[in-house]
Design a protein around this ligand. Structure first.
Ligand SMILES: [Zn+2]
Length: 196
């Protein structure tokens, strides 16, 4: 992917580029690490899981796609990522989580024209709001590895239309017993990436 930046100094652009590069450097591992797959996705159908992981790798490796990082540090906006299947929970609401303590977020992928929960086929990355990741207050204070998996986490919202059922590692680990939920939870991919 090509990287674009909105509102970042050269120094912070470098931190974002490093997070992206670290994220991309483990894509090969994400397609091979069976132990990590089992840990975070349990008995998930492997054909389906590999389709999702390959979609992620294909989008990141596509030199014609652009990923835009948007500076939302100290923004007053409140947002919580939820599926468009739950229209009452759309982002930019007034009941979302505060950006204090938030690393990053993305606006949802529009899945309304799809057939079935993940669509009948193919990539879903031609999304209306583009590949834009909003960087919030806690991002730059996080360890480098966590910044990298935050980028992977956010990209799953755009490419796989994942949701945020939980960020808690213990809860995410428990989702492995419910593979459909694990495969729909962005942080399961983030923690999976970490362990690959
Ligand atoms: Zn998320």
């Amino acid at each position: 992917m090509k990287l674009r930046y909105e509102g970042f100094s050269p120094g912070t652009q470098e931190v974002l580029a490093d997070a992206y590069t670290m994220m991309a450097s483990k894509l090969g591992n994400t397609l091979q690490d069976g132990a990590a797959m089992t840990r975070w996705f349990g008995a998930a159908d492997r054909t389906r899981l590999f389709r999702y992981l390959n979609m992620m790798a294909a989008v990141v490796r596509d030199p014609n796609r652009t990923l835009t990082f948007v500076n939302r540090i100290d923004a007053k906006l409140k947002v919580e990522y939820k599926s468009l299947y739950n229209p009452q929970l759309l982002p930019v609401g007034h009941d979302g989580l505060e950006l204090d303590g938030t690393y990053a977020y993305a606006f949802p992928t529009d899945r309304r024209s799809e057939i079935g929960p993940m669509g009948a086929s193919g990539l879903m990355s031609h999304v209306g709001s583009g590949m834009r990741i909003y960087i919030a207050n806690s991002f730059f204070g996080a360890p480098a590895e966590e910044r990298a998996w935050t980028v992977y986490h956010e990209l799953t919202h755009k490419v796989l239309a994942t949701e945020d059922h939980s960020y808690d590692p213990g809860t995410c680990l428990g989702f492995a017993a419910q593979p459909a939920k694990a495969m729909n939870n962005a942080e399961n991919y983030g923690l999976f990436w970490r362990d690959c």
